[in-house]
Design a protein around this ligand. Structure first.
Ligand code: NCD
Ligand code: ZN
Length: 350
């Protein structure tokens, strides 16, 4: 007998849906379908498209594409290389936050650290700044936040040093929150050898001791964010595999499995996958949005995924939890692996 549980619609503030520019990897229809299959009713898309989203015109093209295709609620983070401040006031009402890359990753979309302070000063109040900032740039982040105190979300914290930094910053009263990905919670350097390019992402997988530290200090983690970063198998098998792994469809079952093992409580799961992201990114929440999850045990299988990537670093893993139904704003939008609504029926945020 399988049990079904009900959860609020999950919120993922960190996905890369590749639309426009690289829709062979993912597009707004496939990416938001994968979101529903994973229990996410709101996603926020990152700006590192093939042509980075650094102007209002490019943002508009992206929003238009999402308006035609999205089947869940979706918002967008703006991008910057430190030379587009005139665009900030034009886009501020149309985005959820500003993403800044301080370390190299897919797309080579990285700023010179010297520009960070100026960007912080230029970004209008009211919408958070998201940082890709690994351990090597933590001093710069600290100095910048001390000088310009704007709400900042540290993406994909993956190591002991990085989480300790966040904890110190919070203790010091700096306006910092952080996210951790499921791959950093459930995979380590040991898996990297076996996974090869399929375990290759930024930040890299870390030693077991770092993963243990993340679990031991779970209270300091605000959000579990998938960092859904789809790439094709051909790209991953090539001589220069790109960084990134898909995650929208595996995040919830991994977290429910950890809950079943006693590693976190149901309340903590809901906070990390819903409540905290709603608060940090000002996502409207609505009592008529929820998901139903069949708690039978099952195996993660590539063939069942809706992401165009068609693979997961967690394939073969036994988990509990499969999203059986999604109710979005009172409408049943997903049942047993099938999206029931027309492309474009998702709402655009904010
Ligand atoms: C992301 C991607 O593929 O866009 N890759 C990754 O390894 N996480 C970019 C990013 O978020 O760093
Ligand atoms: Zn990312």
């Amino acid at each position: 007998m399988s049990q079904t549980i009900t959860l609020p619609g999950l919120i993922d503030p960190h996905v890369h849906l590749r639309d426009p520019g690289q829709t062979y990897k993912e597009d707004f229809l496939s990416g938001t379908s994968a979101a529903l299959a994973g229990g996410f009713t709101t996603v926020m898309d990152m700006p590192n498209n093939l042509t980075p989203i650094t102007t209002e015109a490019r943002l508009q093209t992206k929003i238009d594409s999402a308006r035609r295709q999205a089947v869940c609620d979706i918002g967008f983070h703006f991008g910057t290389l430190g030379d587009n401040f005139a665009e900030f006031p034009k886009v501020i009402s149309q985005v959820m936050g500003l993403k800044i890359y301080l370390n190299i990753t897919t797309g080579g979309f990285i700023i010179d650290g010297a520009k960070l302070r100026g960007i912080y000063e230029a970004w209008p109040e009211g919408k958070p700044i998201l940082l890709h900032a690994e351990d090597d740039v933590s001093d710069l982040v600290w100095k910048t936040l001390k000088a310009v105190s704007k709400p900042t979300h540290m993406c994909h914290v993956s190591s002991r040093a990085e989480l300790e930094f966040v904890m110190r910053a919070k203790d010091a009263g700096l306006p910092l929150t952080c996210g951790v990905t499921p791959h950093h919670l459930f995979l380590s350097e040991k898996d990297a050898d076996q996974l090869g390019p399929y375990g290759f992402m930024k930040p890299f997988l870390k030693p077991q001791a770092d993963q243990d530290f993340l679990w031991d200090h779970f209270a300091a983690i605000d959000i579990i964010e998938s960092d859904h970063a789809p790439h094709t198998k051909e790209e991953k098998d090539s001589d220069k595999p790109p960084f990134g792994v898909p995650g929208l469809e595996t995040t919830l079952p991994l977290m429910l499995s950890a809950e079943a093992e006693g590693r976190l409580t149901r309340a903590q799961l809901i906070e990390r996958l819903h409540t905290n992201a709603a608060r940090i990114f000002n996502v409207p929440v609505d009592d008529s949005t929820h998901i139903e999850v069949d708690m039978s045990e099952r195996e993660i299988r590539n063939e069942e995924l809706l992401t165009k990537a068609g693979w997961s670093p967690f394939a073969g893993r036994r988990v509990v939890g499969r999203v059986s139904k999604v109710i979005l704003h009172g409408e049943t939008v997903f049942v047993d692996g099938k999206v029931l609504v027309k492309p474009g029926s998702g709402r655009l945020l904010p």
